[in-house]
Each structure stands twice: as structure tokens, then as C-alpha cells.
Design a binder for this molecule. Structure first.
Ligand code: S3P
Length: 177
């Protein structure tokens, strides 16, 4: 199926800045902003930690599988995805059907610094979160690298990263019209 790019999807590890960058990029593009975790919480009527506690990680991945399908109906939307979402099933392919897929990148050490003061991420509630980040990122890297655009976010302000995301999207739009 040919791609019909109407949206911009941000993928990347927890702490890569998808939500903050996505909100800013959406404002600049005059697009709607959605976050798959927030869509799941609304559909499930539970927070992400509650879903993990009651249904386990497999239950949460099932919610992601349902939500990712609904994204195809959207247009002019910036979609921030949960860190694991593009690494399961054919989710990345589904996103690529309707979105330019941009990956926000940072090293495990920088990601750890960004997430260490937050406790709403069940996968990082372990005695050694940095080791967990290293292990998960190594497993996920092959998926993240399949993004259309990969952006380094280390030691860069959010507004600069957002500007680069918007630029990448506009360049892409120009190249197809
Ligand atoms: C997850 C990332 C989280 C959330 C869930 C699982 C992951 O989203 O979907 O806790 O598997 O990396 P953020 O990347 O927005 O933190």
C-alpha cells in the first residue's frame, strides 16, 4: 500500500521527549496532539500503572494494539507513542501508512537522568533502572532505527528539537507535492 502521510508520529524511548516535543511541534504545525498512553488511559478508564498492575504488561500491549489501529483515522495530528509501541507486531508499519515517523534519540545515561525523578513508568520500577534502560534500549534500537528520521536530542533544548521535527515534516510535505 502506498503511504499517505497526513500525521507526524514520534517514537523513542521513555524520556526521549516525545510528549514535550510533540506538543510544541503540534502547536507550530497547527496540528492536534495526541499521546497513545493518554488515549489508552481514556479507553481503559485506568492509569498506565493500574493497567500494568491489573492486566500485566501483556494486557497493556493489547491496549496498544487496539489504539494503534484507531490512529489510521486521524489527519493533521502529532502522535506521541509509548516507548514500546513501535517495537511490537506491525505497529511501526501501521504508523508509516499515515505518518512521517520521527525517532527521538538519547543515550541510556541521558535517558536515565531524565526519568529518574518520575515514578509513573512501571517498567522502570526496578532496583537498577539504568541497567533496565540499557537492556531495553538495546532490544528496541533496531525498531527505532527504522524511523524515517532520527533526531539526536542530547543536551539540546526542547524547542530546538521541536523545530527540527517540524522542519523534517515540512521538507517531506514539499517533496511529495
Ligand atoms: C513504555 C513507555 C511508556 C508507557 C508504558 C510502557 C515502554 O510511555 O507506554 O509505561 O514500554 O517503553 P513513555 O515512552 O511515554 O514513557
Amino acid at each position: 500500500m502506498p503511504r499517505e502521510i497526513r500525521n507526524l508520529a514520534l517514537i523513542g524511548f521513555m524520556g526521549s521527549g516525545k510528549t514535550a516535543v510533540g506538543r510544541m511541534a503540534a502547536a507550530q504545525l497547527a496540528f492536534e496532539f495526541v499521546d497513545t498512553d493518554a488515549l489508552i488511559e481514556a479507553a481503559a478508564g485506568m492509569s498506565i500503572p493500574e493497567i500494568f498492575a491489573r492486566e500485566g504488561e501483556p494486557g497493556f500491549r493489547e491496549w496498544e494494539r487496539k489504539i494503534v489501529r484507531t490512529l489510521a483515522e486521524r489527519s493533521r495530528t502529532v502522535i506521541a507513542t509509548g516507548g514500546g509501541l513501535p517495537t511490537y507486531g506491525d505497529h511501526l508499519e501501521q504508523l508509516k501508512q499515515h505518518s512521517l515517523v520521527v525517532c527521538l534519540w538519547a543515550s541510556p545515561e541521558v535517558l536515565y537522568e531524565r526519568v529518574r525523578h518520575h515514578d509513573h513508568r512501571p517498567l522502570l520500577r526496578t532496583p537498577d533502572p539504568l541497567a533496565r534502560i540499557r537492556e531495553l534500549l538495546a532490544r528496541r534500537e533496531p525498531y527505532y532505527r527504522q524511523a524515517d528520521v532520527l533526531i539526536q536530542t542530547e543536551h539540546r533544548p526542547i524547542r530546538e528539537v521541536a523545530a527540527q521535527v517540524v522542519h523534517a515534516f515540512r521538507i517531506h510535505q514539499q517533496s511529495v507535492v
